[in-house]
Design a protein around this ligand. Structure first.
Ligand SMILES: [Zn+2]
Length: 205
C-alpha cells in the first residue's frame, strides 16, 4: 500500500486528533508522530498515524503494541470492506431469489385458478346414473326415428328424466330409466321399423 501523506499544521493536527497543540508538538518531538517539516510550520505526516495516536491505548503499551493496534485497525477496515462486498453480493442473490419466488407464486396462483375453474365446470356434471340411457341412442338402436319418439315424449306417452350428466365424454340431458325402456318396448315393438336389441323386451325383473 502506498504511504499516505498529508500536509498539516500542528494546530490542524491537534484539532483532528482531539488533543492540544502542545501534545502534538510533544508527539513530533518524541518521534511518536513521524512528521517531516516543510514550509511555514507545516508538516508532512501520515494521517493514519494521527488517528492511531489519538486512539485510547493502554498507558503501558510498547511502541510495538501500538504498531500492532494500527495493523489490527487496518485489518479491521479491510474486513469491513470485504464484508460489505460479500453483503452486496448476497443481497443481489437474495433479490434474484425473491424475484424467482415471486414469479413461481404468480404461476402457481394462475395454475390454481385454472384448475379451480376446470373443477367447477366438471362438478356441475355428474355421471349418468347406471340405469339411465340416452333416449335418442335407445331409439336409434331400435330403428325408431328420433322424431317419432320425440312426439311420444311430447304427448307424454313416454317420460324422460332430465338432468345434466356426462357419459363417455358427452353431455346427456334427457334419458330413459328401466321402466321407460319397458314402456318404449310396449309402445313401439309393433312399429314397422322396430328392431329388437339383445335386451328386449326390457322387462323389469
Ligand atoms: Zn331393446
Amino acid at each position: 500500500m502506498e504511504e499516505l501523506t498529508e500536509e498539516l499544521s500542528t494546530a490542524q493536527m491537534a484539532e483532528r486528533a482531539g488533543v492540544t497543540q502542545r501534545t502534538v508538538q510533544r508527539w513530533i518531538k518524541s518521534g511518536e508522530l513521524q512528521a517531516k517539516p516543510i514550509r511555514g510550520g507545516y508538516y508532512a505526516i501520515n494521517p493514519l498515524d494521527l488517528v492511531e495516536l489519538s486512539l485510547p491505548l493502554r498507558a503501558d503499551a510498547t511502541p510495538k503494541e501500538k504498531r500492532l493496534s494500527y495493523d489490527e485497525l487496518f485489518d479491521k477496515f479491510i474486513e469491513v470492506q470485504f464484508d460489505l462486498d460479500d453483503l452486496q453480493h448476497r443481497l443481489g442473490q437474495a433479490e434474484d431469489k425473491i424475484e424467482r419466488l415471486n414469479r413461481r407464486v404468480t404461476e402457481l396462483t394462475r395454475e390454481r385458478k385454472a384448475t379451480t375453474t376446470r373443477r367447477k365446470k366438471r362438478d356441475t356434471r355428474k355421471l349418468l346414473p347406471y340405469d339411465y340411457t340416452p333416449w335418442r341412442a335407445f331409439a336409434r338402436l331400435h330403428g325408431i326415428p328420433e322424431s317419432t319418439v320425440a312426439r311420444a315424449i311430447k304427448e307424454q306417452t313416454l317420460y324422460v328424466e332430465r338432468g345434466n350428466w356426462k357419459s363417455g365424454g358427452r353431455t346427456v340431458t334427457e334419458a330413459f330409466d328401466y321402466y321407460e325402456r319397458e314402456m318404449f318396448y310396449d309402445h313401439f315393438h309393433t312399429h314397422p321399423k322396430f328392431e329388437s336389441c339383445e335386451d328386449c323386451p326390457h322387462k323389469l325383473k
